[in-house]
Design a protein around this ligand. Structure first.
Ligand code: FES
Length: 172
């Protein structure tokens, strides 16, 4: 199976460094900005946090446990590509969406050869390009071609309202 590394935008290459930096320096976030419920949908706040509503069209797949949604937090080349996963009735998890193995996108909508997907039973994110897997903490599963894991970001989610916040400055 071949891999087209030349197609990877340069802006995606520092993903591994970012993970290590955040973990090693144990950055804790500044306060997450709070928006009125009617305003969030796809808002990105101060480069750190965004809110989501599973009742909106963008995130409605998250109404189902085991489903995932790709989301770009921010705009243009500075956007942070994340994947949100409804891992249980009460919890939504957020991970980096760029696989550190070859810096390819794990968007479930992309036609990766093996299928990008969340494996609900195993509680693992599968990169369909070359079959790396990452556990619920973002750590790489042994046997994967990736040598590194991915960031998992802090998410607060209220299943009663379907509203949540993801703080991409805080790795958990
Ligand atoms: S890009 Fe190769 S396993 Fe993800």
């Amino acid at each position: 199976m071949s891999c087209d590394h030349k197609s990877v935008p340069p802006c995606l290459l520092p993903a591994i460094t970012r993970r290590r930096f955040l973990k090693q320096t144990a950055i804790t976030s500044a306060a997450v900005a709070t928006l009125p419920a009617c305003e969030f949908a796809e808002s990105f706040v101060q480069g750190q946090a965004f809110e989501f509503d599973i009742n909106s069209a963008t995130f409605d797949a998250l109404q189902t446990v085991g489903q995932a949604v790709a989301f770009d937090a921010g705009e243009g080349e500075t956007a942070l590509k994340v994947i949100l996963v409804r891992v249980s009735d009460d919890e939504v998890a957020a991970f980096d969406r760029i696989c550190p193995h070859a810096n390819l996108d794990m968007d479930p909508e992309l036609a990766a050869p093996l299928g990008n997907e969340w494996l609900q039973e195993e509680q693992q994110l599968k990169c369909g390009w070359h079959n790396s897997k990452f556990d619920i903490n973002g750590d790489v599963v042994p046997g994967s071609p990736s040598a590194d894991g991915i960031n998992r970001y802090k998410v607060e989610f209220d299943p009663a309202t379907g509203v949540g916040q993801c703080d991409t400055s805080e790795v958990v």
